[in-house]
Design a protein around this ligand. Structure first.
Ligand SMILES: C[S@@+](CC[C@H](N)C(=O)[O-])C[C@H]1O[C@@H](n2cnc3c(N)ncnc32)[C@H](O)[C@@H]1O
Length: 263
């Protein structure tokens, strides 16, 4: 058994497993950027943190923005440069970065939750503040920690998934559990393949961030919350559609936040 992340080490497989053919995440983000703007001016420059394969960064580039995509994974960045050209892609850690000045910072599909500790969150928000002019926007979309208060439907039971990719059959067994002390949602995923390779065990964790906790961190770093809700969004059921307005509840399993730097 070896350790690794089959999905982030193989960005092509990542896009196969998490398809977004209609660029829903990019379109939802673009809608937020247009709806709120950067103070009195439109959003022109965007930093996509934890950009992954680059498909959202490239969508925003195609929509006319000047975009930088940043990620910690060299494999993701190489794939993004090759398959989703347009933005500039750079290696950076979202917990402490300095990549220039932007009108908006976006952070999609739980990338923000790689800030595991309060110091990580402070580092992320201090870096965002340094990167934005007053009026600049922060747009993020992630799991909602509050969903797990009193619900265990996603927890502790192994979920098995099978699929074929490039002539090999893969099987993943995934278990989520809550580490209350660290306030993390931990995932153990075991991969097996029928190509004779050894099984791979992958460990991941996301911060369990509660909506009011997020509001507190944002306010402490000079941000005013413009929207904070559980949907509709790009990964909700039903998914967001053009023209949908932001909701007001924060109960379901996804959290969407738009905040403006005002302080
Ligand atoms: C779930 S993926 C989301 C990718 C992309 N935002 C999307 O929505 O498709 C999370 C990404 O965050 C990156 N990541 C994890 N920790 C990071 C960190 N500390 N700094 C920057 N990127 C990080 C991973 O390499 C991965 O590409």
């Amino acid at each position: 058994m070896t350790s690794g992340n089959l999905l982030t080490d193989n960005p092509e497989l990542y896009e196969v497993r998490f398809p977004d053919p209609d660029r829903l995440a990019g379109r939802w983000t673009e809608d937020c950027l247009r709806r709120y703007g950067a103070g009195s001016v439109p959003v022109r420059t965007v930093l996509d943190l934890g950009c992954g394969t680059g498909r959202d960064a490239a969508y925003l580039h195609t929509a006319g923005r000047s975009v930088v995509g940043a990620d910690l994974s060299e494999a993701m960045l190489a794939y993004a440069r090759d398959r989703h050209p347009g933005p500039r892609y750079v290696r950076a850690d979202l917990r402490d970065f300095s990549l220039g000045a932007f009108d908006a910072v976006v952070c999609l599909d739980s990338s923000l939750l790689y800030c595991h500790t309060n110091d990580d969150l402070d580092g992320f928000l201090a870096s965002c503040r340094r990167s934005l002019a007053p009026g600049g926007l922060l747009v993020a979309e992630m799991r909602n920690g509050a969903y797990f208060l009193g619900r265990d439907d996603l927890l502790n039971t192994p979920k098995v998934n099978g699929f074929d990719w490039q002539g090999t059959s893969y099987r993943s067994t995934t278990t989520l559990h809550i580490d209350r002390t660290a306030q993390l949602l931990r995932r153990i995923r075991t991969w097996t393949a029928d190509d004779g390779s050894a099984p791979v065990e992958q460990h991941s964790a996301w911060r369990l961030l509660l909506p009011l906790e997020l509001r507190h961190f944002l306010a402490a770093h000079g941000f005013t919350v413009l929207a904070l809700h559980d949907g509709p969004g790009p990964r909700t059921e039903p998914p967001w559609r053009e023209g949908d307005l932001p909701g007001t509840a924060a109960d379901a399993d996804r959290l969407h936040v738009v905040a403006r730097l005002t302080g």
